[in-house]
Design a protein around this ligand. Structure first.
Ligand code: ATP
Ligand code: MG
Length: 429
């Protein structure tokens, strides 16, 4: 196939054999969030470029290197959303949803776009499920977000496969003071820094802390740490969060180098990490962004949230064999019909059975076919039972009922008795 007729690199089709795992994850999450009183918000995939440039911040990888930006027909610069927080903040401001200190507990799910080097667990169109909470400033809500993700891991069977990393970035003033100290320290060692870190020294020095370069990491051992610069209020907030996680029995590891790639975070930042996916091991990441709303011209509004990488979580569920087989369950019943009168009757019968047996999976043979070919298809479908209709059955107002798995002879069942008979047989199967 010519290249222009193939999918764009890093943008994947999610094929029928994968969608059950996706739906499982999405549904489990949505049900869980219902239980915490969060509401779903659905946002556009395209926004003005300015929103992300201002919200995420110049000097971040996302804004400098990873955005899909283009001019539309009106010569306006638009960008495919690389994450969900900026759009959510725009929406709550635009609709006055946070005015007067109103609390908002929101979640979203959908595709995000970043121009990155595609590899396992890292794509150009990927999907996030995220949560954003507005107008709650205390550590209790930071804790709630972590508690609810913990509940999700337990529900999915992932609790033993992920660990929580935690840090506090302090207030923006504290961070600025720390940044200066870090820059002073690293400037003296400029020549030993890797190229990326040399560049970041002027653009976004905190990001040097999570550099993957070993020499740089070795240099950082003696560097000042953020915790030495934490302001008193942030320290109290962080202690409050830790006390709540302790009370909830959630283990965490303090990682002073956890700074997160986006500019808007302050105080709490956290990541859920797995060792089972290779180097793309962060499955959920988030933190507090109390300054973001004012950056967009809103009144000071505390905010906190997280986003999970759906591809990485699905990969993890598949790797660990945790997608319930039941989800990919084949049809229960396969209807074969021979001759047009029977085909027409089969159509109505199938609809009646769908009414009578909620949740039944019923496949009707499409396109006529010989007895042999229809049975072959019925068998291949994986269905438990075949229902057979021909002229004789039609005349006698019965249906041929044939178990496709294991023992059992074909028998005729009267139309009226069929729903009850099927319900009993399906229950047994
Ligand atoms: P990373 O350090 O892996 O690049 P990030 O800090 O850029 O992650 P966030 O912006 O915090 O990631 O996004 C939250 C989550 O979304 C990540 O933890 C990850 O699970 C997922 N994610 C981010 N970028 C990608 C991508 N390109 N492909 C697949 N998943 C991604
Ligand atoms: Mg990234």
């Amino acid at each position: 196939m010519s290249k222009s007729l193939q999918a764009i690199r890093g943008m994947n089709d999610i094929l029928p054999e994968q969608t059950p795992a996706w739906r499982y994850l999405e549904r489990t999450f949505a049900d869980l969030l219902d239980g915490y009183g969060y509401s779903e918000i659905r946002l556009p995939i395209l926004e003005f470029t300015e929103l992300f440039a201002r919200g995420i911040g110049e000097g971040t990888d996302v804004v400098d290197k990873e955005m899909y930006t283009f001019l539309d027909r009106n010569e306006e610069s638009l960008t495919l959303r690389p994450e969900g927080t900026a759009g959510t903040v725009r929406a709550v401001l635009e609709h006055g949803m946070t005015g007067g200190g109103q609390v908002q507990k929101l979640w979203y799910a959908g595709p995000m776009f970043r121009y990155e080097k595609p590899q396992k667990g890292r794509y150009r169109q990927f999907h996030q499920i995220g949560v954003e909470v507005f107008n709650l400033a205390g550590p209790d809500i930071d804790a709630e977000l972590i508690v609810l993700t913990w509940r999700l891991w337990k529900k999915l069977g992932l609790a033993d496969s992920v660990t929580l990393q935690l840090n506090s970035l302090g207030s923006s003033e504290a961070r600025a003071t720390y940044r200066d100290a870090l820059v002073a320290f690293l400037k003296e060692r400029y020549d030993q820094l890797d190229e990326d870190s040399q560049r970041r020294l002027t653009t976004n020095p905190l990001r040097i802390l999570d550099s993957k370069n070993e020499t740089t990491q070795a240099l950082l051992v003696g560097a000042p740490t953020l915790h030495d610069y934490l302001d008193e209020e942030s320290r109290v907030h962080f202690e409050g969060l830790k006390a709540r996680l302790d009370a909830a029995g959630i283990a965490y590891e303090i990682n002073p180098k956890l700074v997160r790639g986006l500019d808007y975070y302050s105080r709490t930042v956290f990541e859920w990490v797995t060792t089972k996916l290779g180097s793309q091991g962060t499955v959920c990441a988030g933190g507090r962004y109390d300054g973001l709303v004012t950056q967009f011209g809103g009144k000071p509004t505390p905010g906190v949230g997280f986003a999970m990488g759906v591809e990485r979580l699905v990969l993890l569920l598949e790797t660990l064999g945790l997608v319930p087989a039941e989800l990919a369950r084949p049809a229960d019943l396969y209807v074969c019909a021979f001759g047009e009168p029977a085909e027409l009757a089969a159509l109505t019968l199938a609809e009646r059975l769908r009414d009578a047996l909620p949740g039944v999976r019923l496949l009707v043979n499409a396109g006529a076919g010989s007895f042999k070919s229809q049975f072959k298809k019925a068998d291949k479908s994986g269905a438990q039972f075949a229902l057979i209709m021909g002229d004789d059955e039609l005349a006698a107002r019965v249906v041929g009922f044939k178990p496709l798995r294991g023992e059992g002879e074909q028998q005729n069942i009267a139309w009226d008795a069929l729903p009850e008979h099927l319900a009993a047989c399906l229950k047994q199967a």
